[in-house]
Design a binder for this molecule. Structure first.
Ligand SMILES: CC(C)(COP(=O)(O)OP(=O)(O)OC[C@H]1O[C@@H](n2cnc3c(N)ncnc32)[C@H](O)[C@@H]1OP(=O)(O)O)[C@@H](O)C(=O)NCCC(=O)NCCS
Length: 295
């Protein structure tokens, strides 16, 4: 067995070995473990996203019959030698993924979680809870996306994105986040179900205070992100509840059955609110950072 540098051209041999590889990524470094006859036993690659460059996304896969021989750990050590900066590696996956045990052996540190956050809209107890969500504070209107300009919606999104990610996965630049999410917001945002809390609507002082940006995940489920635009707005809890109030009503009216709030445990206002709903479903995700072991 040997470990050698790899390239995406190895993907055919990797697939023949029964291992999946995503050929759309551009790895910064890649290694392949193979037998003398060229049959692949495993591979690893790393890359950094331009948007969140402080850690490497690392993928490693070992053939099932060759697991627990130290190969996964060795592949990670080898691929780490080729990295351009001494940044740690990270994994994002389900809390019950068997890989989490492997990451524990590498002293992985959990740095973020996304607990289940799907609100079934047809659930009777949820419907009762929705009815008791507050409206906006005095002087604030809650309006659909169609009442605002594309630019206003994007700017509010970028402000919100910044504080939501600041502490644990700092975005490289506002411009980069805009270039990634701007087209989706323009083309795919549901103009009616997305809701915004706005002070001074239509005036030169108009200010967006909170929002829920909603997208169609399927014919029955919406994918959404929502928070206050400023982390420490004194009215943030009420503002976030008020936009949720409008969004669940608009979504139910259009026949959607679930609203999947795609957020994090550190979302200061939306997460505690959504957690207090009677019925919350979905799958939790965990983010684990680790330092690749020295070879
Ligand atoms: C995760 C994976 C890469 C581990 O590869 P591996 O070669 O089996 O891992 P190692 O032999 O280096 O394991 C080192 C230690 O991790 C722990 N570990 C690894 N797999 C484990 C498992 N399934 N259950 C419990 N502990 C595990 C053990 O402590 C192990 O040491 P031990 O065998 O002496 O007890 C492999 O299981 C795999 O390819 N899984 C599918 C793809 C995947 O989930 N990749 C990871 C994220 S991209």
């Amino acid at each position: 067995m040997r470990i050698r540098p790899g390239r995406l051209e190895d993907s055919a041999a990797i697939n023949r070995a029964g291992l999946r590889i995503n050929t759309r990524v551009r790895p910064e470094a890649m290694v392949v473990a193979e037998e003398e006859d060229g049959s692949v036993l495993g591979f690893a690659y790393i890359f950094r996203s331009n948007m969140h460059p402080s850690r490497y996304w690392a993928t490693v896969r070992v053939r099932e019959e060759r697991r627990r021989e130290g190969l996964g750990t060795r592949l990670i050590s080898e691929v780490a030698k080729e990295r351009q900066v001494q940044a740690p590696f990270y994994f994002r996956g389900r809390e019950n993924d068997p890989a989490v045990k492997w990451l524990k052996s590498l002293k992985g540190r959990e740095f973020q979680t996304s607990p289940p956050m799907e609100l079934p809209l047809t659930d009777e107890r949820n419907q009762e809870w929705f009815r008791h969500l507050p409206g906006a504070p005095a002087g604030v209107d809650v309006v659909p996306a169609s009442a605002l300009s594309q630019e206003t919606i994007l700017e509010a999104f970028l402000d919100t994105y910044r504080w939501v990610h600041e502490q644990w996965s700092r975005p490289a630049s506002r411009e980069y986040v805009a270039s990634v999410y701007g087209p989706d917001l323009q083309d795919d945002l549901d103009q009616d179900i997305s809701s915004f809390a706005v002070r001074g609507l239509g005036t030169p002082e108009q200010e967006v205070l909170a929002g829920i940006w909603s997208f169609h995940e399927s014919l029955t489920t919406l994918d959404a992100v929502g928070e206050s635009v400023l982390e420490d707005d004194p009215d943030a809890d009420q503002l976030v509840a008020a936009v949720l109030n409008r969004t669940v009503a608009a979504a139910a009216e259009k026949g959607f059955e679930a609203l999947n709030l795609d957020g994090y445990a550190t979302d200061r206002h939306m997460y505690p609110l959504e957690r207090s709903a009677p019925t919350v479903t979905g799958t939790g995700l965990v983010w684990i950072e680790y330092d690749p072991p020295e070879a």
